[in-house]
Design a protein around this ligand. Structure first.
Ligand SMILES: C[S@@+](CC[C@H](N)C(=O)[O-])C[C@H]1O[C@@H](n2cnc3c(N)ncnc32)[C@H](O)[C@@H]1O
Length: 234
């Protein structure tokens, strides 16, 4: 008797791929540091990459501020924006990473607050004049010429009496290696910030070592500037 093999049954076996091959193939597609894909990859982890507790400097500097309308630039997974909403601020956040923004929205829902968390680049923002009482830029390291433009936008979008809080790594931290931006042009310094924020008055300025909540110490700039005039917080 002739054996008939149906075409449907005669499928080639699925090749078994080794763990090494999978890791190698994933490694072949990487994104440029600082791009949306780079941040999406970094945020694709169980839990929150930078935790869910707000930044210490944010908590300190807002202790005496009256809640108003806040914009958090590069807010990541929402630890700062969500905390501000819990304090009574009306919060808009913007981040390049869709993965981070989904996590930020989830954190806000878990905490029972509303945050208008948007995906996009802060390079593309249209800055509404005098729209915010508080603007944050925490650990978002951009090329100098880009940051300069962002700072022009920040100055224009603050209401009289409104506050700008910025924190980030310095050139010293870049020189040490490890955490922080790899490119010196992306580092912060107080002298450059003062120039870029012409039109704001400096309320508090610090450049030096702080304890990191992830262990060790790190060299940072922390700045609180304010738009002169009576209005918010006065
Ligand atoms: C080191 S994380 C800090 C996140 C958050 N500020 C915090 O303190 O937890 C830097 C964040 O900046 C975001 N970012 C970088 N460039 C950006 C851009 N051009 N527009 C919007 N977000 C940007 C990244 O997606 C990332 O979430």
């Amino acid at each position: 008797m002739m054996l008939v093999v149906s075409a449907g049954l005669f499928t080639p076996p699925v090749p078994v791929r080794s763990r090494e091959a999978e890791v190698r193939d994933r490694g072949a597609v990487t994104f440029e540091r600082g791009s949306a894909g780079y941040w999406d990859d970094r945020y694709t982890v169980d839990g929150y990459l930078f935790g869910t507790e707000p930044n210490r400097f944010l908590v300190e500097r807002t202790a005496t501020l009256t809640p108003g309308r806040a914009l958090s630039l590069g807010d990541g997974e929402g630890r700062n924006g969500v905390w501000l909403a819990e304090q009574g601020f009306e919060v808009v956040t913007v981040d390049l990473s869709q993965v981070a923004v989904v996590k930020a929205r989830r954190l806000a829902a878990e905490r029972g607050v509303v945050v208008d968390a948007r995906v996009g680049s802060i390079r593309d923002l249209r800055w509404e004049p005098q729209a915010f009482d508080l603007v944050l830029l925490f650990f978002v390291h951009l090329p100098g010429h880009v940051r300069e433009g962002i700072h022009r936008g920040v100055v224009s979008t603050l209401r009289p009496g409104g506050s700008y809080l910025a924190a980030g790594f310095t050139l010293e931290q870049v020189a040490r290696g490890g955490r922080g931006p790899g490119d010196p042009d992306h580092a912060l310094s107080l002298s450059v910030l003062r120039l870029e924020l012409d039109g704001l008055e400096i309320v508090h300025a610090f450049e030096g070592d702080v304890d990191s909540d992830r262990g060790g110490s790190r060299h940072v700039v922390e700045l609180h500037a304010r738009r002169p005039g009576t209005g918010y917080g006065t």
